[in-house]
Design a protein around this ligand. Structure first.
Ligand code: 7O9
Length: 537
């Protein structure tokens, strides 16, 4: 296939012009949406396409089954006796391999797709798209927090609670909110890009104990000054020192890639080689990922089974934590299945559930891996192949979204803070509720940039309204399970964002000088009447 693909494709028999150019005067269709429905294709090509469609659906079915199997195997093994730690580790191994494969792709994919996506746009389109994306991220995160607060205030999962009835797991850590905020800013600008690939900056608090001999006046004798007693008092101070997070500083890489992409885009012809290089790396990474796709159902089965077998206890769901769990779950469901689709419908006037069906694979992967970053390759593929989103939009919105747009996390933190307040019988004032909403929003935006995000961001929200930070341990038991649902909501939020931004930016994108057919995979098809047509696969 060494011919140059044309921009539009005419089907000689149906007289349909297949094109993704909305300004075309012919009847137009977006090629990818019809990959298995070419009206006149040769029988063998029809079969090929059916097979391709079948394969796509097969993966989806296998992924959904793997979630069910994972749960079944997990609960089955739990019911039939306890496994040792070593046995649990072996059971988790296939899942661990999937995580390693997916995570292996993250750095090349994020850096290359962000640089390529941004550099492929002209400065004006890029700016508009950036603004729309940020407006969408801000709005939906605030909506999620407000919904979380409404849910927690109406359901009151922790009301009339008694802390002692809820078991505690783990220990809260010591941290300083200002230090964490400064770490976030530091991590946005990594001092060394190579180091940023494997670790970020973290302020450690070194404990120094000083023992003082203090004089305590003897209370019994107010007149005799010499009759004092002495007491040894220990004071603990925490001195900040430079530490490492031990996890790649993705925020720094994202900031760098965005800046780099903008500059390459402005360099015009001179920047083309770098742009091509980045697009090539993205394509190559995605091709590699297609190989891993076939392993993902096995991996997800064992990820879920391993987690279910390894977890401490279920009884806690019978306590107040169970109600809290349901509140968060309900909130996430409303946000992901009602509010976001409604927003999508209002803006694009298209069926949001068809859109959601297209990203089911990504949702199943998000549930299995509980990481929106590991799910990113799946999300990108679903959006581009099934939902017809322009690659330049998805490769900008999805990585940035995975880093700063976490609707599920924001909702969860708001509900958790109010729950802990209710368990402690503390009535939140309106001001405190506002504080919770602001800190929960900020925490979800900064999560990828702060060390040991999950707990740390929760502690910051609690500290901001004066709740006892040790109480995060109350909700830790169900955290791993809620994480899966949060991640699904986060992925849905990023995907719908890509859909909305694509819809709003469509006109500008088609006005760009880029050859849009570059994104299409075109093959020559033999048509029975001897003429050649070109179709998309
Ligand atoms: C949830 F851009 C990417 F894709 F490369 C990227 C890579 C890593 C983006 C983000 C990250 C990252 O490290 N994110 C991160 C997210 C780090 C710590 C905590 C969280 C919060 O995660 C969510 C949650 O716990 O609520 C959720 N598990 O969306 O992945």
């Amino acid at each position: 296939m060494d011919y140059k693909p044309p921009k539009t494709v005419v089907d000689p028999e149906s007289k349909l012009l297949y094109s993704n150019d909305p300004s075309s005067k012919y009847e137009t269709k977006v090629l990818y949406e019809n990959e298995s429905t070419h009206p006149t294709g040769h029988r063998t090509n029809m079969l090929q396409m059916c097979f391709k469609g079948f394969r796509q659906n097969l993966i989806l079915v296998l992924l959904l089954l793997s979630v069910v199997f994972g749960c079944a195997i997990g609960f089955g093994i739990r019911a039939s006796g306890n496994l040792t730690k070593r046995e649990i580790m072996y059971l988790q191994f296939p899942g661990e391999m999937l995580m390693r494969m997916l995570k292996m792709l993250i750095i090349p994919l994020v850096v290359a797709s962000l640089i390529g996506g941004i550099a492929g746009l002209d400065a004006k389109t890029c700016g508009k798209m950036g603004l729309r994306t940020m407006a969408y991220f801000g709005t939906t995160t605030m909506l999620a927090v407000i919904l979380g607060i409404i849910m927690a205030v109406t359901i009151r999962p922790g009301a009339n609670g008694d802390q002692s009835e809820i078991p505690r797991y783990g220990q809260a850590q010591n941290l300083n909110s200002v230090d964490t905020f400064l770490d976030l800013i530091r991590n946005m600008f990594p001092d060394n890009l190579i180091v940023a690939c494997y670790t970020g900056y973290k302020t450690d608090l070194d404990e120094t104990k000083t023992v003082e001999n203090v004089t305590v006046p003897n209370e019994n004798s107010t007149t005799d000054a010499t009759n004092n007693t002495y007491e040894l008092r220990e004071t603990v101070t925490y001195e900040p020192s430079k530490g490492e997070t031990g996890q790649s500083n993705i925020l720094g890489l994202v900031v760098f890639s965005v800046c780099f992409g903008i500059v390459i885009g402005r360099m015009g012809e001179k920047g083309k080689p770098l742009l091509n290089f980045c697009n090539c790396v993205t394509e190559c990474t995605m091709k590699l990922f297609v190989v891993f796709i076939w392993y993902s159902p096995i991996g997800i089965t064992f990820l879920i089974a391993g987690k279910i077998v390894g977890m401490e206890t279920f009884e806690v769901l019978m306590t107040r934590v169970g109600l809290y769990f349901l509140t968060v779950l309900f909130g996430l469901a409303i946000h992901g299945a009602v509010i976001l689709p409604l927003l999508y419908f209002i803006i694009t006037r298209r069926n949001p559930y068809t859109f959601l069906r297209g990203i089911l694979e990504a949702m199943a992967t998000a549930f299995g891996t509980s990481s929106s970053s590991a799910t990113m390759p799946v999300t990108l593929r679903c959006l581009e192949m099934k939902n017809g989103i322009d690659q330049r939009v998805s490769s900008f919105v999805v990585p940035v979204g995975a880093t700063i747009n976490m609707d599920g996390t924001a909702l969860y933190e708001a509900v958790a803070a109010l729950f802990i307040g209710q368990v402690n019988d503390m009535d939140m004032s309106f001001g405190q509720i506002i504080t919770i909403s602001i800190t929960a929003t900020a925490a979800s935006i900064g999560a990828a940039g702060v060390p040991q995000a999950g707990l740390v961001t929760m502690v910051i929200v609690l500290a901001a309204v004066g709740l006892p930070i040790d109480d995060v341990t109350l909700i830790l038991v169900v955290d791993w399970f809620l994480d899966r649902f949060r991640t699904m909501t986060n992925v849905v939020g990023d995907s719908i964002g890509a859909g909305i931004v694509y819809h709003l930016s469509k006109n500008e994108l088609s006005g760009d000088n880029e050859d849009k057919t570059e994104n299409l995979n075109l093959v020559r098809v033999d048509i029975p009447n001897g003429k050649d047509a070109i179709t998309a696969v």
